[in-house]
Design a protein around this ligand. Sequence first.
Ligand SMILES: [Zn+2]
Ligand SMILES: [Zn+2]
Ligand SMILES: [Zn+2]
Length: 472
Amino acid sequence: MKQNKIKVILFAAIGAILLLLLIFFAFSLLGSGGSLRHQHNFKEIVSFDAETHSLKCKCGKTQEAEHVYGAEYELQTEPTCSQKGTGLFTCQYCENTVVKELSMEVPHKYRNGVCSNCNYIETTDESFFDFTLLEDGTYSISVKDGVKDLPKNVGIPESYGGKPITVIAESAFEGNKLLAGVRIPDTITTIGYSAFYNCTKLSYIDMGEEVKVLGRFAFGGCSSLAKIELSDSVEMISAYAFANCSYLKNITMPKKLKFIGNGAFANCKMLVSVKIRGSSLETIEENAFNGCLRLETVVLPNTVKFIGACAFYECGRLTDINIPTSVEYIGNEAFYNCKDLNCSIVFPETLRYLGDEAFAMCRSLEKVTLPANMLNIGNGIFKNCISLTVPTLPETLEEIGYAAFYKCYKLPESLPVSLEKIGSHAFYSCEVGGKINYNGTRSEFSRITIESSAFDSVDATVVCTDGEIVLN
Ligand SMILES: [Zn+2]
Ligand SMILES: [Zn+2]
Ligand SMILES: [Zn+2]
């Protein structure tokens, strides 16, 4: 009997344990591997941030996911022909919103071939042009001979016969006195010699993004052109490309520009400022800004090596110029008669050549610093710089050229012992004289070749180590 009772209890216990296990198992299934029981429905918003939202199912499980945006939006900015519009999009699951650019295209509104909204010039019919097949299989374009009714605003076509047009040919629009605006497409890489030379009414140029070379005289004599934005692709502004653009006021040089050619901006009489972006420019050829009478500021980047002769000749309003530590060559008369130049000029030790009369007639110039390794100072370099205190002369200096410091304000404090020759009129009529130190003996000083009138009209005494020599 007792044994049976134990058996019953045992069975009951085992049964109870099994039942408990079963219940526990069933609940654990419900809790975790829920797919067995129900499809989660994540609806309740728990939280969201800019990137993701967290949603909760009735069963308590949460899920994090990226926002989902549909096609619907609330218009934020109206799209136009020149600017894509924007819309406010709301996540389909949470309340997060995002402003996105719309992809719809709005056509230009042309009036006489020019969009009244954005100035975009309609592509001109190809019947006005001649196309020449080039060696690389692309075309150059030019206005057909004898065409009378070319639109005032020309949108250059991008292609001809399925091939891109890459070159605006030599003299393509030369001398067209009616052309007012031109749009250059992104297929164009070269604007040829004289392409728009003397287009005296041309006032608007929509420069494509791929132009690399502006040919010689390309926009020379375009006397109605007030401004031009050169695309960053431009690497070369050839000789006289903007010469005699007498109305051009501002120009920003593109980032990739390496070369400004001979006379490129000569006689741009209204040009006030030249901004050079980026740092690729190496060469400024002769006469590049010659006669830019109103030019006030130019900042040269630290890549310029060559400043050609007369590059800034008679830029009478130029007050400030920096000579970067990359400059190796400054040509003759490079800054001749820049009469307002009143900055302090430091010539870098990279300088190999400082041309004759490079800074002559710079009447406002007060202070310059010569490179410590200089061997000779050329003729007339600071001639008639009537405000200039002659700078400390380098310890290596051997020769001072003819009229180098003619009529400068003040004589130098000392002369280097390395000196072998002082050219005629070198210090002629410097206003403030006095004592000049010489770290050598009187006999050493007397071995220097001093040409006629070198110290005429100045009151100067050289203080040698063993006594004084009165000049004149
Ligand atoms: Zn669920
Ligand atoms: Zn969301
Ligand atoms: Zn437009």
